[in-house]
Design a protein. Structure first.
Length: 70
């Protein structure tokens, strides 16, 4: 790298940092969603891995009860 390019690095970093800050304090930046795929052999070994284990499966009655209990 030449000296001119090296001297511009701090300025570019400052500009990048300024752009990263939201203008509105009520707006927040979120990370992008990443979808993961399961290896076929793991899928065969653990068939329950296909289930969405982050969400509880509720019946319609349980959903209504949860909504109206708030």
């Amino acid at each position: 790298m030449n000296q001119e390019a090296i001297s511009q690095i701090p300025q570019l970093l400052r500009e990048r940092q300024q752009k990263a800050e939201p203008e509105d304090p009520f707006i927040s930046t979120r990370i992008p969603i990443t979808n993961l795929a399961v290896y076929p052999k793991l899928n065969e070994a653990l068939p329950s891995i296909k289930e969405d284990f982050y969400r509880t499966k509720l019946s319609e009655e349980e959903k209504k009860e949860a909504i109206h209990s708030c």
